[in-house]
Design a binder for this molecule. Structure first.
Ligand SMILES: [Zn+2]
Length: 396
């Protein structure tokens, strides 16, 4: 596979393109971010935006919050630097881990904020996971659509127009570009472009209603609210990282010091090196595993790419990390199969259909990654609750 000569990302990476020197467009964006963006001007825009909304509504802004490093930093920044009164909105995707829950409680108490937490129906969540796994080789539709859509419903309910997300997507992909002087809007266009995998909640209802007992209202948290309602609210949904230069490592260090934020182990990752990345979800190891089977790289490569791009590690060390950690089978695979009620063979057959050439996975020779410290506490289904409760048993 062709790889970027700077960051090593392969040609199977989403939105990647290479220039005549073999350097990828995401590396080029980083140069632009460092050299061309007028961050002073952006900081003034941020202050104006906040002052425009301050004190006019029940809350100054809404902060969608997973408890990962980015949303935690965003909340800290807005409360401490601007003294805003935010409404924190949490969408619990069903896989939040103990360390994360402890981080969240500590952060909320230390910052003194109001919080709304929403947890959708688990039985429906499992059915949604199976549907998008089969159709897209990606089981996270419920999580992505829920995280991005649900806070917008809350914005409408409370009539709070300003919504602050954390990291801009331009750090990782080229769906949006730092080079567009426009600020990346976290809106329905972006939602449809790459959040919902091309499946709206209405589509989803149509896909599952014949075999699964479901009230269409159960899909509401996954719908993007009507544009006319959002426009009437004059909503502004933006990333803090569009206004201040985003530096994951520095941000993480700060929330560790200021809020006692703890990192965690993620399956298949170098734990000492990257303890701060994607600790929000006990199924992250599964997500990374599928990515590897489909595209021939996983999160290790992505994290190494970011460090190479920022000249924080040597190529040799990056290669060593990738060789040692990438492409391992997560122990959570057994839990995942129980949740969805499928066998590993069925799982492999589903994923095989979504492989991105020229990569070819070797399903039979995947070693297991070690178990994380909290693996034994992750949710397990009783025998009668395993899998999905279909209306009529669908033949194998
Ligand atoms: Zn690159």
């Amino acid at each position: 596979m062709q790889k970027c000569s700077v960051c090593n990302l392969p040609e199977t990476y989403e939105t990647i393109e290479f220039d005549e020197n073999g350097v990828c467009n995401i590396c080029r964006q980083k140069d632009f971010k460092d050299e061309k963006i007028n961050w002073q001007k952006r900081a003034e825009m941020l202050a104006e935006l906040i002052e425009k909304h301050r004190g006019k509504y029940e809350y100054d802004c809404i902060v969608p919050f997973s408890g990962g490093k980015d949303s935690t930093y965003t909340l800290w920044y807005l409360v401490k630097k601007f003294n805003v009164r935010p409404l924190v909105v949490q969408f619990n995707h069903g896989f939040m881990r103990d360390t994360l829950m402890e981080n969240n409680l500590r952060t909320f108490k230390k910052l003194g904020v109001d919080v709304i937490s929403f947890t959708p129906n688990w039985k429906l969540v499992k059915r949604l996971m199976l549907e998008t796994l089969v159709r897209k080789g990606d089981f996270c539709w419920h999580c992505h659509t829920g995280i991005f859509a649900y806070p917008m419903h809350v914005a409408l309910k409370y009539q709070v127009p300003l919504i602050f997300w954390g990291e801009p997507s331009s750090e990782y992909t080229a769906y949006y570009d730092y080079q567009d002087e426009e600020i990346e809007c976290v809106d329905e266009t972006r939602f449809n472009r790459y959040i919902n995998l091309g499946i709206t909640a209405e589509d989803m209802y149509g896909m599952i209603k014949d075999d699964y007992q479901c009230d269409p209202r159960e899909l509401t948290p996954y719908t993007y609210p009507p544009l006319r309602d959002l426009k009437r609210l004059k909503y502004q949904s933006v990333c803090l990282g569009s206004f201040i230069p985003w530096d994951v490592k520095a941000n993480t260090k700060l929330i560790q010091e200021e809020l006692g934020w703890q990192g965690d182990q993620v399956e298949g990752m170098p734990w000492d090196e990257y303890s701060y990345e994607k600790i929000e979800c006990s199924m992250q190891g599964m997500r990374d595993y599928i990515k590897y089977l489909k595209r021939g790289y996983s999160r290790v490569s992505q994290m190494v790419a970011l460090d190479l791009r920022n000249e924080r590690i040597s190529k040799e060390y990056g290669d060593k990390l990738v060789a040692e950690y990438e492409g391992k089978k997560p122990p959570s695979l057994t839990l995942f199969l129980d949740y969805l009620g499928i066998t590993e063979d069925q799982f492999n057959q589903i994923v095989a259909k979504t492989v991105v050439p020229p990569f070819k996975p070797d399903f039979d020779n995947m070693e297991y990654a070690p178990k994380t410290h909290d693996f034994d506490r992750w949710y397990r289904e009783d025998e009668q609750d395993k899998g999905i409760i279909f209306k009529t048993k669908v033949a194998d």
